[in-house]
Ligand binder design. Sequence first.
Ligand code: DC
Length: 227
Amino acid sequence: MNTSPIAIAIDGPAAAGKSTIARRVAECLGFTYVDTGAMYRAFTHAVIKKGLDPKNEAQAITLIPEIEIDLLEDGRVICNDEDVTKTIREPLISGNVSYIAAMKPIRLALVEMQRAIAARHSVVMDGRDIGTYVLPDAAVKIFQTASVETRAIRRYEENLAKGIPTSLEDVKRDLRDRDYIDSHREFAPLRPAPDSILIDTSFMSIDEAVEAVLRAVKRKMGDGITC
Ligand code: DC
């Protein structure tokens, strides 16, 4: 029997609904969900908390040896024993995380952690470079997108529900800026893997998007998939 772990990669721009959908797909398949964006956010939080400049690579990389990030099964994000689950979604972090994510030494350190998780567990991993760089041999690669308008409304409503004060215009500007930086950085930029399946969720409910991903997984992986 082949018991090597299976990987499903879900990439795409900010607020395309990747984490909600990836989490549901992982639950359904009994796989571990890995939110790699949360790792870049946790690193950004640590840099800011230390009083370092998140745009200054020489400063930010000094934290690489000190950072330990745990993604718990219940969705909590722990960074050096501090629960940062809520803080890492705040606008201060969202507005700075792309600078940190563009720093190659930090990416290499976090990618190593991501690959170590995928070596031990079957995963649904979401991010920007999972299918292209982190797990190029993933069994299924999804590139999930949605229009910037749809994504901004979704993120704005999420922020409201979490009590994070923002305006729709600010959210839209932040998404555009982040997509630009993420897709124009030199190392492992956001782009669809050539063998990825494109899913546009602009006009889909969460249930429909989960179904679309599961259909793609079943098409690729066949009858072994039973959910
Ligand atoms: O998915 P998210 O919005 O939580 O991601 C936060 C930031 O981290 C985003 O600007 C892109 C970056 N990121 C990345 O560069 N590579 C990943 N694999 C995941 C996220």
